[in-house]
Design a protein around this ligand. Sequence first.
Ligand code: E4P
Length: 227
Amino acid sequence: MNFLLDTAHVDSIKRCCEFFPVAGVTTNPTIISKENTDFKSLIYTIRDIIGFDRMLHIQTTSTEAKDIVKEAVELDKLVGRKNFFIKIPITAEGLKAAKECKEAGIGVTMTAIFTQTQALIASNAGADYVAPYINRLDNIVSDGVHVVSEIAEVFRMNNVNTKILAASFKNVEQIHKVALTGADSVTINPDIFDMLIYHPLTYYAIDDFDKDWETVYGDKKILDLIK
Ligand code: E4P
């Protein structure tokens, strides 16, 4: 399962790309607005940091199909070439735009997915990814992981090529359970990357290794002993 970053915060993207195996970046209008900066230079900077081997998913701000397609074409020219996906919310206009974007050779992620049938229809329109929102479903006493597991099952039954890019996470348990569904990718905020690898026993273990080594070798490191 791939891990993407759900942020447009440049320093966080730099740090996460340095330390974690980040497969790409996803944004939406809320995430972009939080940065409160020039949009064009922000997405250029993000592309510059992540390169062309990582995915970049940028959400449309339009609602009519013709405008969504225009935005997708221009964004594709600006930051596309490889691994660019226009994120389109699942509406009738969105489905029309998705089909047209695919015909123009532009990657499509259908977003704001809350049901299994939305995901299946998005796949029929040719979407490369569907983005179901886990935590927002959990917040309304639904079950985000269950929805994703049924989307995965329906996709398998229908031999669908569309991949699941699960979104909207607030904790590691949600990610673990989504991983068990066979979802292709998750997009998470930078704090959750740190939470994914945190366990106090890991730090106890590292402390013990350091103490045992120091008892015999003092402050010498491996390189001091083999040079
Ligand atoms: C990604 O596609 C979504 O826009 C995002 O993950 C939503 O997350 P939120 O529910 O934390 O806003």
